[in-house]
Write a protein that binds this ligand. Structure first.
Ligand SMILES: *Cc1c(COP(=O)(O)O)cnc(C)c1O
Length: 458
């Protein structure tokens, strides 16, 4: 371990990127536009502003501007917990006895415990700038709700969170963190919204889903003056804000004079992966460099690997715009024993298009194998990883072991999106040997596909 490369590479504060990078600017085939479910026509900014903040709508629709300056207030907030370190996983390499060089970009060094704060502060900032009272949102595992509560507390905005019921019950401490930051937290589906009451009437006893919580949060935003809805993943604007991860990683690699061969990230709605790969994908799209890019998803919620590339609703209540993405259908609900997060039925339209165009790969992994990788990582690298992040760890370990077979000294970068302190019920299941793998059958998936909307002309 007498290598020149340090364990951790930090940028200086003054080297934190001051503009986000919009990978759409370099995509020859742009992601398909959001459609109005009523007319089947692309949504205009005017149609989106009742739901989303104005400046965020501009970012959502901007396919052309490559660099969008980060406002000073957001940069100041970033400086409280950024830059995040690029870590050389020497200890993991040693345990695996691999010639591969493994790096990870660690985003868990803030109280929300994940990368989600990078976009939460941006979205809260634009809401505040617009003079709004507050924002509504959904949260699954709870990281997004926590991140948004922190950002709202910092800026003095009200924050209403609909939390997927199964997580609300399994993760009471996550809920208390949000309440400590002043957010109100409601288990979803709830009796507080029309869509929640409707879903409860149809599926009594449902453990909820992200799609359902999104419908409730949107309904509350649209019905309450001074409120808008914000979303922690999937949207173009979120990938834009998360590009800070990739820009910092690239700058750190440039400092070291190292170029990764492959970049691996877990994929729920695609925001951390999209953010991590953006500047590298930009080089690939412009023909300046080549990278292998791998999205890793749970075998129990396999949007990329088994989903359909089609227009679909982002929510169960079918009130949100239609997005063209890899999807399992908005009615898809992962089996309740699925513990590892990443449970959204769809995928970022940007990543969906890149995947469709063969610019990246995807693979699905089973949850017991994910927790084995998490445990192996925790025992040598020290960090207790989030189950979501551990999907990327699993794939990185698999690739490093392939290098051991072939003797190739590949450089692997993966996104370590967060910590797992609030996921101890899942770790407990794993440690007790009670965790099982459920892989949906083709019949299970067919039910979700049957609910895909028919969109004329697509
Ligand atoms: C939310 C979350 C993810 C997945 O979301 P993406 O939008 O796909 O990045 C991954 N890891 C952690 C720790 C998360 O909180």
């Amino acid at each position: 371990m007498s290598s020149q490369i340090p364990y951790k590479t930090y940028l200086n504060e003054s080297e934190i990127p001051t503009a986000w990078y919009n990978v759409r600017a370099d995509m020859k085939v742009k992601p398909a536009p959001l459609l109005n479910p009523g007319t089947g026509k692309p949504l205009s900014a005017e149609e989106l502003t009742p739901i989303f903040c104005e400046e965020l709508v501009q970012q959502e629709l901007d396919n052309d501007t490559a660099f969008i300056p980060i406002p000073q207030e957001i940069l100041d907030f970033y400086k409280m917990y950024r830059p995040s370190p690029l870590v050389r996983a020497y200890c993991l390499e040693k345990v695996l006895d691999t010639p591969a060089k493994i790096y990870y970009k660690f985003e868990g060094n803030n109280t929300s415990g994940s990368h989600k704060l990078n976009s939460a502060i941006a979205q809260a900032y634009y809401a505040k700038k617009q003079g709004l009272k507050g924002v509504t949102t959904e949260t699954g595992a709870g990281q997004w709700g926590t991140a948004l509560s922190m950002a709202c507390a910092y800026l003095g905005l009200d924050c209403k969170v609909f939390m997927v019921k199964v997580s609300y019950e399994q993760k009471p401490f996550r809920r208390e963190v949000m309440r400590t930051y002043g957010a109100s937290v409601t288990p979803s589906p709830s009796m507080e919204t029309d869509v929640g009451r409707k879903i409860l009437a149809e599926f009594p006893g449902t453990t909820g889903s992200l799609g359902c919580a999104i419908s409730e949060a949107v309904e509350v935003a649209v019905k309450n003056p001074g409120y808008r809805y914000v979303l922690g993943s999937v949207l173009n604007q979120v990938l834009l804000h998360q590009s800070i991860i990739g820009l910092e990683a690239k700058a750190a690699f440039d400092k070291l004079g190292v170029k990764p061969d492959m970049i691996i990230g877990c994929a729920g709605g695609g925001s951390n992966l999209g953010g991590l790969i953006s500047p590298f994908m930009g080089e690939k799209l412009r023909g300046e460099a080549d990278y292998r890019i791998i999205a890793v998803e749970p075998a129990s919620c396999p949007s990329f690997t088994r989903g359909k590339f089609a227009y679909d609703f982002c929510d169960t209540g079918m009130i949100c715009p239609l997005a063209k993405m890899y999807t399992l259908g908005s009615g898809f609900i992962p089996s309740p024993n699925h513990a590892g997060g990443l449970r959204f039925h769809g995928m970022s339209t940007i990543l969906s298009q890149l995947y469709h165009d063969g610019l990246m790969e995807a693979r699905a992994v089973e949850q017991t194998a994910v927790f084995e990788a998490a445990e192996q990582f925790a025992r040598c690298e020290g960090i207790l990883p989030a189950p979501e992040s551990s999907h990327a760890i699993k794939a990185a370990i698999d690739e490093a072991l392939k290098c051991k077979e072939t003797g190739e000294e590949k450089t692997i970068l993966f996104g370590l999106t967060g910590t797992g302190y609030f996921d101890l019920v899942a770790y407990q299941q794993f440690n007790d040997g009670k965790m099982s793998d459920y892989i949906p059958t083709d019949e299970d998936l067919a039910k979700g596909f049957a609910g895909l909307p028919v969109v004329p002309g697509t």
